[in-house]
Ligand binder design. Structure first.
Ligand code: KG4
Ligand code: ZN
Length: 359
């Protein structure tokens, strides 16, 4: 029985490709289930999205203030087959038209990943199709290819999601050099935790983004975490604790504080370090094209700050539409296509890897 809290969205974007081009040559069925979105997409020639079905569980996990892994995997099991069927139907193709199946095999929640990997392997076995395992972060980066025909490696990419914060040199399709990483929380995680601290609920990122527009970003000066000897690394535990201390001090005095000012000031502190380090990295490594991806790339203030800095430096900025920033299978199809084209194949022994590394 279909859960009424879960609706299917077909998140295709208009990237100006005509019908002829959409038919493409290589047709990928992509599957993504690493966290709380069950998604399947049909992508042709890596950049043309024929369908991108996303079944989000946010409405379910909201009640608990965050993703409950056991519930997530059960919901993936309920959704995976209908989501794949809907992706094929919306794209107007059958499994016989598919050249390869690409699936996220890590990093992520193990129970969630296993559902997607299991479904992809079952189809690959039944239809005798090749299977390609895709790294989730490579997927986020590749989301940028879908709407930007002119974006080609090499370029610099800022990856900001619920699980990752990286400055990445994209040397070629699927070839990455990690320049900066977080030493503690990922930036999306910091957004979610701060939102909970000031009473905004889950998922915190979009709520802070919205509320910050009504606040003063200079009202409170929160720390900008730096790491000695590692100019491109990040630390968000300091700013997170500073917000907690600020809120506790008001609560103890039984005084109220401005949620909007805290949201705006926290967001400003985080954006300051993300933008300055990305621009510095692009300058030092000699890149004039910068891309940003991952759920936090939806953040309106981050996009504006990056745009302003890129304009000032004569750099070109790329970012996906919001629906392609958060988890979706089209981005896995884009990344998977380039892996497939350079000969990457996995066997039916492909396994999910919760802490799959990226370097
Ligand atoms: O990429 P994603 O969908 O999942 C992971 O791979 O982690 O990112 C989810 C994260 C969450 O932490 C969410 O709060 C954050 O992206 N996020 C935002 C915004 N929209 C989503 N953070 C800040 N501003 C937003 N507008
Ligand atoms: Zn993600």
């Amino acid at each position: 029985m279909k859960d009424e809290n879960i609706s299917f969205v077909n998140a295709v974007v208009d990237n100006g490709n005509d019908e002829e081009k959409k038919k493409g040559k290589v047709c990928i069925l992509a599957v993504e289930s690493s966290c709380d979105e069950t998604s399947a997409a049909v992508v042709s020639d890596g950049r043309n999205v024929l369908s991108n079905i996303i079944a989000s569980q946010i409405a379910i996990h909201k009640e608990y203030g965050g993703v409950v892994p056991e519930i997530a995997s059960r919901k993936h099991i309920e959704c995976i087959n209908p989501v794949i069927e809907a992706a094929l139907e919306e794209a107007n193709v059958t499994l016989d038209d598919i050249d390869a199946i690409c699936v996220t095999y890590g990093p992520g929640l193990i129970g969630s990943l296993l559902v997607g990997v299991g479904a992809a392997k079952a189809i690959a076995y039944a239809k005798k199709k090749p299977i390609v395992g895709v790294h989730h972060i490579g997927g986020h980066i590749s989301a940028n290819y879908i709407e930007h025909d002119n974006l080609k490696p090499p370029f610099m990419c800022l990856v900001v999601s619920g699980g990752h914060t990286n400055i990445v040199e994209v040397k070629d399709y699927g070839v990455y050099n990690i320049i900066g990483r977080t030493r503690d929380d990922a930036v999306g995680e910091a957004f979610d935790k701060v939102a909970r601290t000031i009473g905004l609920g889950y998922p915190g990122g979009p709520k802070i983004d919205k509320l910050a527009k009504e606040g003063n970003s200079e009202a409170i000066i929160f720390p900008r975490g730096t790491i000695e000897g590692a100019p491109y690394d990040f630390s968000f535990s300091g700013v997170k604790s500073a917000v907690l201390n600020y809120v506790n001090s008001y609560n103890m005095k039984k005084e109220s504080f401005s949620q909007a000012d805290v949201a705006a000031s926290f967001q400003a502190a985080v954006i300051d370090v993300l933008v300055s380090r990305t621009i510095k990295a692009a300058k030092e490594y000699g890149y004039k094209q910068i891309a940003v991806s991952g759920g936090v790339a939806c953040n309106s203030a981050l996009r504006k700050a990056l745009k302003d800095q890129c304009d000032a430096c004569g750099f070109e900025l790329f970012y996906p539409s919001p629906v392609l920033c958060t988890d979706n299978a089209a981005m896995i199809g884009a990344a998977g296509y380039y892996e497939y084209m350079r000969g990457v194949r996995h066997g039916l022994d492909l396994n999910a890897v919760a802490n799959l590394t990226f370097e």
